[in-house]
Unconditional design. Structure first.
Lengths: 443, 407
């Protein structure tokens, strides 16, 4: 199966200007009557809905068609309509749940989006960024062919982002790997196993919380000595990385050990009951920074772990988010490659539905808001090019959009929000300084 | 003298740390992790130099602390390496977390403890308190008397550790200052002899992290339900069985060493002038030399006194101790460390525990000396012999005697 693109719609950026529909009608019908547009934006109370062909993988319109006039193109994924075969029965319109194929009175037959041969006019017309032509499907189609190296039914919390990270990263890294899962949610959900059973298909082990990078050092060194190419990989929580695990991590990074160390940062000791870690941000509720008459959450800022790792002049350091999977996969590829030459460190932010107190269905949205408000900044570093931004820090959304999404910030008082904003501003300027070469990033 | 030397074996003068480094080299160790600490430092310096000079073909990993020293070796062993390191005192304390885990994972690595008294009071000098503090963790511990024994035991230790009936880590304990820096003439076996004694490690029968045969190493085990309780007992019991199996394996390894290299050391306990002895000293480590001299002097005075040196301390050779001491009326155990819980020496505790199984139980008392680098002289041992002789006559067990109390 090929890799397919989709037109994605973000209603929160849409103001109902109709520019997309006008552009489509112009491109497809030669006039500006939005009734002829293959994309329809429909007001729904305060927000907007999209009626348009999704180019489904399992298209009901195609299944319903008795005349074989509709078919999914295996090359680009677009569902094509053939007017020479169509019998105008309209059964296809009954099959579609998205209003993606409809009868057009002006031409007397059904019409649907053909993505303008991969250069959709509607997306170009949208000035507010509500429409995007995404290549996300590329990744999912590609990794879909790779073996999931964990068993089904890991016992993570509902909507766990960390489980998603585990499955995606190991899929790409592949089976010629030894995986270290120090104590935390990652082994806690059964990846290493229990009483003789295991949840992982590659060699996997519990290091101590303290010695992940050191144990991987020994494994990698001996396989190298034997001339064997084996990936030494860590999937570690932020506590095992930033706090008690930091000494061995720093030592391995300084020595340039050929390890791929992935920190899954959920900003605390979530597996043991949501205690504070060095990566817990200011103001956050945790079970050891509780909120009460005097307590108002954590009183210190988080340590900037990826920046600390950059200062080790590692072969590769990057931050990533599951809300930006194309970016995550590109960084994963570069990290895997870099780990064959030196120390590669990937810091993936992982919102925790249980510990951060938000509905499990909103995990990716929370991850996205963290990035769009600059609370999380996506960047990468290598010793030759220094730090480069993966995503512009300009035009950030207000921090409230992120804070208000999370129960762990529910108690925040205005001065605490002020502190968070000020810290955010400083952090943005710091990273921007590295990115623009005003600060020296060990290059 | 030269007539007994085999071709290519040679005599050198070196201290115990260099003797251990030569042993590691001859044992063809794959991986050495290094972090310096007094009085071990010169040992790892020798190893680093041997690697730099091409004498030792091993991965040498210079890490940021003892915790990582042992952790790196854990990784190496799980990938199939023959691994070595050495430490002592505060370094041993710092590596306690991975140290605790090493025998449970049945990792056959060898680590020298260049023994040093523990903090605090602040001290950098020899004493057995560090090694004694980890005596119940499940490692094999062997204590050396001489520089030659340090060398030979360090090679022997791999034969024991890697034996499939044992599969446990071994501490070769050699006394800080006295053996680490004390130089003596020793004979190095030839590489051919060591190769004949010690075949390359086989990784096929222990836990491994190898993509060609994936397994989960050390998943969560135990709990009150399902297979947990029985599985956990199986691991613990297996560990204890491995320790007990080690007694016979240590004896066989020493026998093989004597056959191939032509040098014999007592594997578990050494009985010195114990025929017809009515009183005995029990010693551990380098103090034994001075103690033997004191025994010789007492024998010349006509006193019926002997000595039992404990070589293998963990597993504790209960039967060998009972056999060695069952003929005497009084035993004086000399420790270079303290059991705070019992106000005596830890070896003393073990000896009187073993003597519970003797048909005729001798009276026993505890001597503590040589703490933090203090010397236990022949005079000290002479006084101890007098005290034990008196005990043999009157059977009145006194308080623990602190040998250096008035030095």
């Amino acid at each position: 199966m090929g890799a397919f693109n989709t037109i994605a719609f973000k209603p929160e950026y849409c103001d109902g200007c109709n520019a997309c529909m006008t552009a489509c009608a112009t491109a497809k019908a030669g006039n500006s009557d939005i009734l002829n547009s293959r994309i329809q934006i429909v007001a729904d109370g305060e927000t907007f809905e999209l009626a348009m062909c999704r180019q489904c993988a399992d298209p009901k319109c195609v299944a319903n068609c008795p005349a074989a006039a509709l078919a999914k193109n295996g090359a680009d994924g677009v569902i094509e309509w053939d007017g020479t075969k169509c019998v105008n029965c309209l059964l296809c319109t009954v099959g579609c749940a998205y209003g993606g194929i409809v009868h057009n009175a002006a031409v007397g037959h059904v019409v649907k989006c053909d993505t303008c041969d991969g250069d959709p006019a509607c997306v170009k017309a949208c000035e507010r960024g509500a429409l995007k032509y995404h290549t996300t499907a590329n990744i999912y189609n590609e990794v879909g062919d790779l073996e999931d190296l964990f068993v089904p039914g890991l016992a993570g919390c509902q909507g766990c982002n960390t489980e998603l990270i585990m499955r995606h990263t190991m899929r790409r890294i592949g089976p010629d790997s030894v995986l270290a899962a120090p104590p935390g949610c990652i082994p806690g959900m059964g990846s290493v196993g229990y009483n003789g059973l295991t949840g992982t298909k590659v060699p996997v082990f519990h290091p101590l919380l303290t010695n992940t990078a050191s144990m991987l050092t020994g494994i990698k060194r001996h396989y190298k000595r034997q001339g064997r190419e084996v990936n030494a990989v860590a999937l570690a929580g932020d506590g095992g990385t930033a706090d008690v695990g930091f000494q061995s991590l720093s030592g391995a990074a300084e020595r340039g050990e050929q390890i791929l160390f992935i920190c899954v940062d959920n900003e605390g000791y979530m597996n043991t009951g949501m205690q504070r870690s060095g990566c817990t941000p200011f103001g956050a509720w945790t079970s050891t920074t509780p909120v009460g008459e005097r307590g108002k959450g954590k009183t210190q800022d988080a340590k900037n772990l990826p920046l600390l790792m950059m200062m080790h002049n590692c072969e590769y350091v990057a931050t990533a988010s599951t809300a930006f999977m194309e970016d995550l996969y590109e960084k994963l590829d570069r990290a895997i490659d870099a780990s064959k030459r030196g120390f590669a460190y990937l810091h993936i932010y992982s919102p925790c539905t249980t510990g951060w107190r938000f509905p499990s269905a909103e995990n990716i949205e929370v991850a996205r808001k963290a990035v769009e408000t600059n609370f999380v900044m996506l960047w990468e570093f290598n010793p030759r090019d220094g730090l480069r931004l993966s995503r512009s820090l300009d035009d950030a959304r207000p921090i409230d959009e992120y804070l208000n999404a999370l129960g762990k910030y529910r108690h925040l008082e205005p001065e605490q929000v002020g502190h968070i904003e000020a810290t955010l501003h400083k952090n943005v300027e710091l990273i921007r300084g590295f990115a623009e070469g005003r600060r020296h990033a060990m290059a | 003298m030269s007539a007994v030397l085999k071709p290519k074996s040679k005599a050198i003068v070196c201290d115990g740390n260099e003797a251990a480094a030569w042993a590691v080299t001859l044992a063809r160790v794959d991986m050495v992790a290094v972090y310096p600490i007094t009085p071990q430092s010169s040992l790892v310096e020798y190893l680093a130099k041997f690697v730099a000079d091409g004498k030792l073909n091993a991965e040498i990993v210079d890490v940021e602390g003892e915790h990582s020293v042992l952790s790196v070796l854990h990784g190496g062993v799980l990938a199939g390496a023959r691994a070595y390191t050495g430490t002592c005192g505060p370094g041993l304390a710092f590596m306690f977390e991975p140290y605790l885990r090493t025998p449970g994972m049945r990792m056959p690595l060898v680590m020298s403890i260049v023994t040093r008294d523990t903090l605090t009071p602040q001290s950098v000098w020899g004493g057995h308190q560090d090694a004694m503090s980890v005596r119940e963790v499940g490692w094999i511990q062997m204590y050396c008397e001489t520089v030659q024994e340090v060398h030979d035991t360090t090679i022997l230790a791999y034969k024991v550790a890697e034996h499939r009936d044992v599969m446990l880590p071994v501490n070769v304990c050699h006394d800080g200052n006295y053996l680490s820096y004390g130089a003596a003439r020793i004979e190095l076996p030839s590489q051919e002899e060591v190769d004949a004694f010690l075949p390359p490690p086989s990784t096929n029968w222990h836990a491994a992290l190898d993509p060609s045969r994936p397994m989960a190493v050390d998943p969560l085990t135990g709990g009150a339900g399902g297979p947990g309780p029985a599985l956990f007992v199986r691991y613990r019991k297996g560990h204890c069985a491995g320790m007990q199996n080690a007694l016979a394996v240590i004896e066989q390894a020493h026998e093989d060493w004597a056959r191939i290299v032509g040098r014999r050391h007592a594997p578990l306990v050494e009985s010195y002038r114990m025929d017809d002895a009515e009183a005995a000293l029990v010693t551990l480590g380098s103090m034994t030399g001075a103690a033997k001299d004191a025994v010789d002097a007492a024998r010349e005075r006509g006193q019926r006194v002997g000595l039992v040196k404990v070589k293998t301390y963990r597993p504790f050779p209960v039967q060998a101790i009972v056999k060695a001491l069952s003929g005497v009326r009084a035993v004086g155990v000399v420790d270079r460390s303290v059991s705070f819980g019992w106000n005596c020496g830890p070896l003393f505790q073990d000896v009187i525990g073993a003597l519970h199984f003797a048909e005729r139980r001798p009276a026993a008392m505890s001597f503590i000396g040589g703490l933090a680098g203090a010397d236990i002289t022949t005079d000290h041992f002479g006084a101890a012999i007098e005290r034990v002789q008196a005990l043999a006559q009157d059977g009145v067990v006194g308080e623990t005697v602190w040998l250096n109390e008035r030095d």
